[in-house]
Ligand binder design. Sequence first.
Ligand code: SAM
Length: 226
Amino acid sequence: RFFCEEPVTGDSALLSGAEAHHLLHVMRAKAGDAITLFDGSGAEFDAEVATASRSSVEARVLARREVDRERPRPLVLAVALPKGDRQKVLVEKLTELGVSRLIPLVTERTVAKLSGGALDKLRRGVIEASKQCGRNVLMTIDEPMSFADAIGAAPENANRLVAHPGEAEADAGPDAAELWRLVGPEGGFTDAEVAAAEAAGWSRASLGRAILRTETAAIALAAREP
Ligand code: SAM
């Protein structure tokens, strides 16, 4: 599976950059080899390598298929991102678990900083994970968002949960059209943040008695939703 940056609309598609490198120098593809393409639109395409240069590949598109591997309702996670490699693991697992949108959350106790370059790398991680797991729609990653903006960004009719240790499990909200989840940083949410979320209509949710790392809590939240 290879990702096309440009929407695939006609009977040919161009792969360049990391995708062409993967195809040419890792898979050692040659003219006539069968490949599958996706462009993030939800469809996937049967194709074959038409011509290959040193840094790009032109593919001949043979058939388009609508293949829905998305969740029945959008799942949005706003997460105070952990540091270093754990961000990469988080993005890979949330992509595999079908999260629609990841919002890097800036809270009072958030430590990890996210530069533009880091965000690009995380978005590249979404493509890599989508190639592997078969998703045809990319999980989006927002620019970092403040806690106040994040709690206000969710529609009021969404099922909205703040993961916070020690509280009873909240109802998963079977009728809600969207699911929104907040996960705090290493130092946790402050009492004032939890109170602000509750005042805005969010409920607290517990993931058990153990204190989980941020990425484990985010993955656990994503994995338990149907
Ligand atoms: N000492 C912090 C506290 O008590 O909040 C621990 C923070 S934990 C390392 C990071 C985040 O993961 C928390 O802010 C929360 O969102 C989530 N989390 C971790 N364990 C959890 C649990 N058992 N139940 C619900 N959320 C949890």
